[in-house]
Design a protein around this ligand. Structure first.
Ligand SMILES: Cc1cc2nc3c(=O)[nH]c(=O)nc-3n(C[C@H](O)[C@H](O)[C@H](O)COP(=O)(O)OP(=O)(O)OC[C@H]3O[C@@H](n4cnc5c(N)ncnc54)[C@H](O)[C@@H]3O)c2cc1C
Length: 485
């Protein structure tokens, strides 16, 4: 049996950041288990046309790894390059074991270790587990009636088939969220016809992208310039929380009115204008940044299907709509997202006294600082419940979580203990505070049904406040909130 001090699950930015932080503490007895046959997470997996980040790249990057980005919102290929640069710089490649799909975790009380079951590879053991399996890494395809009968080509945006040539084909795309909004403008000029099935429209704002000059790129690679640019972007984005949480007037004034004007500016057809206008408050769902989506909807070879025209059934050759139309696509693209809430950990986890995480999360997923759970010692969840941030970079939160995780691990090891576990009352109080604060946010009150909510109806993907508040909480390690054994 292979035993380690720490096992990290997942090799995306969460796993990389955890590994780098362990190395900085002098902890070298660890490996990273990755289920895919390649490493790197989100930006190495999502190779659909148009894939790009929607947070400015100097902020959507590790704070300690500046990079001479070619444009403000980096495309997938550049993010993949950046990922590989980080992996190589910290020599993580040799620590990552690919094709290692973790299928269950079990806490072994007697030895105070976790047993990790890896599909086809047997058992691993570790004192600590850092689960960085990603909030948006397991794609979901809704159960459309008859979908398995379709004989044409179909795939999820997360599993794009690069060998399939979609040019001059009839293509249906199901979903109109963030990934669809990137795919649609990119493929529309090449396909014969594009049928877009939207359940409900999203608010869209222009994407203020620009390409950096060579001189600007040289400057960006300097640590202090990177810090100044990053900090400026951070504070501009942080101000959005004022609208999301504290003032609906500010939200409508700075974003809502702008989004409505943007529809009128880019679309002339009143019927299409109506089809793309959401009936919920801006910010309730993730706002899409795209200057190319509405022009794509205006193309002659693009048809938008909305309320009342949804999918009734998929057959061998067709998509039958609720208004009895029969669409015959060659390709169906599922841009239907991920299970980011109830599926935050997709495999069974048994803690102390064989307590099941699935049972503890039956009502809704919850964790202290979105990271630790009572009765699950030495287990840390990166991007766990209520750590999502719609207004800024997810990497900022990941780095904040590391402050807490490293303090937990260090306090355990330096104190000569075997395990650390959050107290039940501390988790309870934290979770109560989170959901009381959530009541003030547009995510809960904005009148939409979004992937931020779990089946319970509670918003469990988002942190209800400023990201600096989260960092402040994560930085202040409260020993008395924990049990050491
Ligand atoms: C298309 C897309 C666009 C996005 N755009 C933005 C954006 O603009 N801004 C932003 O802040 N965030 C964005 N995100 C969110 C993104 O997930 C985070 O920014 C960040 O990349 C999360 O890193 P991670 O390491 O937690 O997860 P991931 O990068 O998803 O990495 C998780 C890794 O864990 C592996 N894994 C999962 N389960 C197992 C298992 N059982 N066993 C072993 N390995 C496993 C996966 O294969 C994957 O490699 C986007 C996500 C997607 C999918």
């Amino acid at each position: 049996m292979r035993s380690y001090k720490v096992i990290i699950i997942g090799s995306g930015f969460g796993g990389q950041c955890a590994a780098i932080n362990l190395l900085k503490q002098g902890i070298t007895d660890f490996i990273i288990l990755e289920r895919r046959d390649f490493i790197g997470g989100t930006w190495c997996q999502n190779n659909y046309p148009g894939a790009a980040v929607d947070v400015q790249s100097p902020l959507y990057s590790l704070s300690f790894e500046p990079y001479p980005w070619t444009q403000m919102y980096a495309g997938r290929a550049e993010l993949e390059q950046y990922t590989n640069l980080v992996i190589d710089k910290y020599q993580l490649r040799e620590r990552i074991k690919t094709c290692c799909n973790v299928v269950s975790l079990e806490w072994c009380e007697q030895q105070s270790v976790w047993e990790i079951h890896v599909e086809g590879r047997g058992l691993y053991r570790a004192q600590f587990i850092i689960n960085a399996s990603g909030p948006l890494s397991t794609p979901v395809i809704p159960n459309f009636k008859g979908k398995e009968k379709f004989e044409g080509k179909s795939f999820h945006t997360n599993d794009w088939d690069l060998d399939y040539d979609y040019s001059d084909k009839k293509v249906a795309i199901i979903g109109s969220g963030a990934s669809a909004a990137q795919v649609i403008p990119e493929i529309a000029p090449d396909v014969d016809h594009l049928y877009v099935f939207q359940r409900s429209p999203h608010w869209v704002l222009p994407r203020p992208d620009w390409v950096f000059t060579d001189f600007q790129r040289k400057l960006l690679a300097l640590k202090w310039v990177h810090k100044v640019v990053r900090t400026s972007i951070y504070w501009v984005l942080e101000a959005r929380i004022i609208g999301f949480k504290y003032s609906r007037w500010v939200l409508n004034y700075i974003a809502g009115d702008k989004a409505k004007a943007f529809i009128r500016k880019q679309i002339n057809d009143p019927q299409l204008q109506q089809q793309v206008t959401p009936d919920f408050t801006i910010g309730c769902k993730r706002v899409i940044l795209s200057s190319a989506l509405y022009p794509a909807y205006c193309r002659d070879n693009v048809s938008l299907f909305s309320k009342g025209q949804g999918i009734k059934e998929i057959t061998k050759t067709s998509i039958c709509t609720e208004d009895d139309r029969d669409i015959k696509p060659d390709l169906i693209i599922y841009a239907t997202g991920y299970d980011a809430t109830d599926g935050v950990i997709s495999y069974p986890v048994l803690g102390k006294n064989k307590k099941s995480l699935g049972d503890f999360w039956r009502d809704y997923p919850r964790a202290y600082l979105g990271t630790t759970i009572p009765d699950f010692p030495n287990l840390f969840i990166v991007t766990g419940p209520n750590t999502g941030i719609g207004h800024t970079s997810a990497i900022f939160v990941i780095e904040s979580q590391m402050l807490y995780i490293i303090k937990c691990i260090n306090s355990t090891l330096k104190g000569g203990y075997k395990s650390i576990e959050v107290r039940a009352d501390a988790e309870e109080n934290y979770t109560r505070m989170i959901h009381a604060e959530m009541k003030k946010t547009v995510w809960e009150t904005g009148g939409c049904n979004s992937w931020y909510k779990s089946k319970s109806g509670k918003v469990i993907a988002m942190f209800p406040g400023f990201s600096f508040s989260y960092r402040w909480l994560a930085r202040r390690f409260k020993k008395n909130h924990h049990i050491f054994t």
